[in-house]
Design a protein around this ligand. Structure first.
Ligand SMILES: *Cc1c(COP(=O)(O)O)cnc(C)c1O
Length: 385
């Protein structure tokens, strides 16, 4: 493909940091680079404890363990999300209860949450789609009345904000992703943000195979042993070394992506005015986004399929997602829909994500929009700048 959907990038000292880690003689978890990443996340996002993990999937699994669920307990989440949001809880024997999304932000519709609650409900998992915040005040207030744990799936939300607070640092727990398709990357990678102080000690133990090894290294206990359930959730220092270079430039990375989103929006405006496609709605004023994604909505699934093929013939890779979890084979087996999934079903058939990555150039955005214009037979779409 001439223009791939995503392309991983380096922005600074990634490779030097990796060399330094190798020379430093510590490549397993929690070395100097990992510790720097932890401190950066704690200071910049405002969380009690940040812990790097292998992935956001791993962070969600840790969060699910921390929720202390019994088989049959229920967890409320959108159906319009990545499989890991649900899988992490299904692995604990819990039942995902799927709620429809809002048509403007494509986020969990907070007004539908109360209607999905039963006596088995233990947690709510808001997913900040495209790095645009869910209505956290309403969700946190409701959760407090029912004693529910809120786990933010902030995989797409690094440094994005809700009322001045960073996504992932608002709920009891938050999960970030540094997968190569996200804004800040380390290949595979993620972080668990432990915002509730009461969960910090256990989170460290779960991440260290159920041992109190972290306390041992801090000199808080004189030997370490198996004290709880757990697994190996800490990444190699190679991951921390790579990530440390990216975190230092996270603001620049997001600014670049926001610029590309604005370029898409501006160039696609004539087509939106003609009514052949819809642009993402502008985010509410109390929310600040991070340019994670740019998508368009087509008239129907057939138009989307034809446009994907047309773009592919021009060497441009555009992708769609998600197959709604409530209607997927595992979602039907392990979870249930709390009500009609009208918006989820509509959007998942019509949404198309356009290429967006740090090294994408405005010239490329021009080419992509011109190809979309050709598809719709438009002559009024400006070509390259
Ligand atoms: C990417 C993503 C994940 C999974 O992240 P990994 O780091 O690949 O495990 C989970 N939830 C959402 C909403 C995502 O976009």
């Amino acid at each position: 493909m001439k223009i791939p959907f995503n392309r991983p990038f380096t922005i600074g000292a990634e490779l030097e940091n990796i060399q330094e880690a190798v020379r430093g003689g510590h490549l397993s978890g929690d070395g100097q680079f990992t510790k720097k990443c932890h401190r950066w996340l704690e200071e910049r996002l405002g969380t009690k404890r940040a812990l790097l993990t292998h992935s956001c999937t791993a962070a969600l699994e840790m969060a699910a363990i921390l929720c202390d669920l019994e088989p049959g307990d229920e967890v409320i989440m959108p159906s319009f999300t990545f499989v890991s949001t649900a899988n992490a809880f299904v692995l604990r024997g819990a039942v995902p209860v799927f709620v429809d999304i809002r048509p403007d932000t494509l986020n969990l519709d907070e007004k539908l949450v109360a209607g999905a609650v039963t006596e088995r409900t233990r947690a709510i998992v808001p997913v900040h789609y495209a790095g645009v915040a869910c209505e956290m005040d309403a969700l946190m207030a409701f959760a407090a009345t029912r004693n529910l744990i809120v786990v933010e799936d902030a995989a797409q939300g690094v440094l994005a904000e809700y009322k001045g607070r960073k996504l992932g640092a608002i709920g009891h727990l938050g999960c970030l992703s540094f997968h190569e398709t996200k804004n800040v990357i380390s290949g595979e990678g993620g972080a668990l943000l432990v915002n509730d102080e009461r969960l910090v000690a256990r989170a460290e133990i779960i991440r260290e195979k159920g041992t109190n090894r972290s306390q041992f290294f801090r000199g808080e206990v004189d030997k370490y042993s198996w004290v709880d359930v757990g697994s190996s959730y800490l990444p190699s220092e190679l991951v921390g070394a790579f990530l440390w270079a990216q975190l230092g430039q996270a603001g620049e990375i997001n600014a670049r992506r926001l610029q590309l989103c604005a370029a898409y929006r501006g160039r696609l405006a004539p087509l939106a005015e003609r009514g052949v496609l819809e642009l993402p709605q502008r985010e509410p004023a109390h929310v600040s986004a991070n340019g994670h994604m740019f998508y368009i909505l087509l008239k129907d699934a057939a138009t989307r399929m034809a446009l994907i093929a047309h773009l592919k013939s021009r060497g441009i890779h555009a992708v769609f997602h998600y197959v709604p979890l409530h209607s997927s084979p595992a979602g039907r087996r392990f979870g249930r829909a709390a009500g009609p999934m009208t918006v989820t079903e509509d959007v998942s058939e019509r949404l198309l994500r356009l290429p967006l990555y740090f090294d994408l150039e405005e010239r490329n955005v021009g080419e992509i929009v011109a190809a979309i214009g050709d598809f719709f037979g438009a002559s009024d779409v400006p070509r390259s700048s």
